[in-house]
Design a protein around this ligand. Structure first.
Ligand code: 13P
Ligand code: SF4
Length: 322
């Protein structure tokens, strides 16, 4: 019975005892680079060659010499890596790792919105599908959205998609009137302002730091607002010893590494869930990452027509944020 069970086991899904060592071996064998977002589980961050925010990851994807990119993030990020690297194998450990923000901008509806405003330049947050990138003039990330909008002549009307919260933040920072697509991220919209204020009262010494995907009701309490990389840098530089972190708590792993001795408290959500983990980012696991490398699948693919059209606004972003 035992022998039969062993014989039926698929070698493709067998896991080694030391996953870390096996991933390291596969990295050499494939000439692969592992790129991970800060929202990935700590084990994945620890095997990554590069950990970063969306802008940093795009830059790494654009400059890597590796033959294989293992993207530990969500689908739009791996898709962006493929747009920049048509000849490389781009692997995503779990193809279902999507994004509520990208899903909140369906291509057909966005095409109609764009057609109704033909004089507008379209600036899209990188958290969108390749189809939306194709309809965009410039891509931005949370690191460079303000910088990019500031470079556009004041007389030029702009559509900003898909995140209304980042869009509102950019409007405040630039004084520009942007036509906003009403999309949002389920993770950043679940923070409770009331619970945040209660937490601040309990920890008056802590600074509140927030990602611009949060709602205005949360951002208005923040001592500092920035992309995940900017938040990480801020924690290491600030003289504060404690921080209430209003973004996905995966980033706290790096914060603890980069600023040991400081105290990081995840901002509380509206519901009674213990955390605000992104359900899409967390679909990737170390086991799935290993299997993706071993089996060279799941792979990101797209038509060359879509890729070339999506590349243009990506290249404009990289040029405008040097
Ligand atoms: P950044 O990587 O630009 O900080 O954005 C966070 C995010 O929500 C990625 O999905
Ligand atoms: Fe998308 Fe929000 Fe998850 Fe980022 S945190 S991948 S924006 S759902």
């Amino acid at each position: 019975m035992f022998t039969t069970a062993l014989a039926q086991k698929s070698p493709a899904n067998e896991l080694p005892i030391d996953l870390f060592a096996a991933i390291s071996d596969l990295k050499k064998e494939l000439n692969a680079v592992i790129l991970a977002h800060y929202y990935q589980e700590p084990d994945i961050q620890d095997v990554a060659d590069y950990i970063g925010d969306s802008l940093g990851l795009s830059r790494q994807a654009a400059s890597t010499n590796a033959d294989v990119i293992v993207f530990a993030g969500v689908h739009f990020m791996a898709e962006t890596a493929k747009i920049l690297n048509p000849n490389k194998l781009v692997l995503l450990p779990d193809l279902d790792a999507g994004c509520s923000l990208a899903d909140s901008c369906p291509p057909q509806e966005f095409a109609a919105f764009k057609a109704a405003n033909p004089d507008h330049l379209v600036i899209s947050y990188i958290n969108c599908t390749a189809e939306i990138k194709v309809m965009s003039d410039i891509i931005c990330t949370s690191s460079n959205a303000v910088q990019i909008v500031k470079q556009i002549p004041e007389t030029q009307p702009i559509i900003f998609a898909p995140d209304r919260n980042l869009g509102r933040y950019v409007m405040e920072q630039t004084g520009r009137d942007l036509l906003l697509w009403q999309g949002s991220c389920i993770v950043h919209e679940t923070f409770s302002e009331r619970k945040l204020v209660e937490l601040k009262i309990a920890h008056p010494e802590a600074e509140i730091i927030a990602h611009p995907e949060c709602e205005t009701s949360v951002l208005r309490h923040a001592n500092y607002i920035g992309s995940t990389t900017a938040l990480l840098k801020y924690c290491t530089k600030s003289s504060a010893k404690a921080f209430i972190v209003a973004t996905e708590p995966g980033i706290i792993h790096q914060m603890q590494k980069d600023a040991p001795g400081k105290h990081f408290i995840p901002a509380p959500p509206i519901n009674n869930c213990a955390c605000n983990e992104c359900p899409y980012m967390r679909l990737n696991t170390l086991e799935k990452l290993y299997l993706a490398m071993k089996n060279r699948t799941p792979e990101i693919t797209m038509s060359e027509e879509v890729r070339l059209a999506a590349l243009k606004p990506m290249q404009r972003m990289l040029e405008m944020s040097k």
